[in-house]
Design a protein around this ligand. Sequence first.
Ligand SMILES: *[C@@H]1O[C@H](CO)[C@@H](O)[C@H](O)[C@H]1NC(C)=O
Ligand SMILES: *[C@@H]1O[C@H](CO)[C@@H](O)[C@H](O)[C@H]1NC(C)=O
Length: 408
Amino acid sequence: MSMAVRSGRLWACEQRGALALLLLILAGTLVILHRVIQSPLLNQYGILQDHLERRQSAPNTRSTRSIRTILLWSDFFGDPRWKLSWDTLGPQELRDELRCPVYQCKLSNQHHILPAVDLYDAIVFHAAEMYPLLRPIPQQRSAHQIYVFALMEPPGETKHRLDDESGFYNLTMTYRLDSDVVWPYGQLLDIETDAPVAPSERPHWRRPPASFNDSTIWDLWAGKTKMVAWFVSHCETLSKREILAERLQEFVEVDIYGKCGTLSCERGNPRCDSMLDTDYLFYLAFENSLCEDYVTEKLFDALHRTIIPVVFGGADYARFLPPHSYIDANRFETVADLARHLSLVAGNPKEYVGYFWWRRHYRLAFTSPFCDLCARLHDPGFGHKTQVYGDIQSWWFNGCRLESHIGL
Ligand SMILES: *[C@@H]1O[C@H](CO)[C@@H](O)[C@H](O)[C@H]1NC(C)=O
Ligand SMILES: *[C@@H]1O[C@H](CO)[C@@H](O)[C@H](O)[C@H]1NC(C)=O
């Protein structure tokens, strides 16, 4: 082969190579160009801007200020008003009575304030009772409506079967902290900021001081002559709290008031409350079920008195109460250990008074779940997003257990 032919071929080769390179560059440029055109910088931003501008100029009929209507479908343990003061509460009552930050809602148990049942924005069902028997479910349903599963009782204490209500509810309103709307039995606010601190999945508690004294509490301690008080009317429970109390009686004196005990104190008699301040050192706030976040008014009522609550339940109490403000039975291996701790605290006023440090920083409060529900109905996503509880029974039953940590 001559040099000329070889160099000619080489030249052709180079030429083809260059062409391929050129095509590659061109293709690359096209890809980049395509990407740039598709880029949100060029594309989405403009679309979004158009959308927002259009929304601003044309007032939306479903604007965040329009009134949402909530129907209370069933009674709440025989109370059609769900412990509220009227049959119908409008924005003014929500603002002035319930102190809702978002109050543009109308809440009613009157089934005919709107011409059709599918026009209500939300319908609330009390899922502790057998409502399908007493009052059938709504005849029509709109896809924009929200059906609310409202419940304050633990799974074992309800008279309502949930296994055929899959796909029925859109929103949960219960004591569980993973509910869409949390409905706690009580709340703690920071006195300084007035901000709610608990219940919350991870509250930011202040640290208890190294030493704390309060002359009023010290003096009350000096007058207390009795160990433990327990008020109870539901004697046999899933949590077996009655066994825990019975075992505790082997070590310390437990005075049991009510149907399940030997003592009685008339309901409404102020002496029943004041003796907790003056006579007793400890108060049993034992729950009937060991379920996550299930902490009832028993505990919140006791926090108003100068008495240390001894808690027993399925909750992580750190989500509800400040550190060193209560004694959790489930933190002990045996009932004897718990009893030993109670005796230790009872006999040491400095130790006893230390359990009340939190009162300088926190105060008890009450919040209505209907404020939160109203706010939910004004969420920007409302009416654009769907949510359904496919298996409400599993969700609801999860988080309960039968075994306690303390050995019984
Ligand atoms: C706490 O206060 C009481 C009453 O003022 C007082 O008698 C007691 O000695 C104080 N205790 C401590 C540990 O300072
Ligand atoms: C509520 O649930 C129903 C029934 O599953 C569903 O058809 C509807 O779209 C849901 N609505 C919302 C607003 O999530």
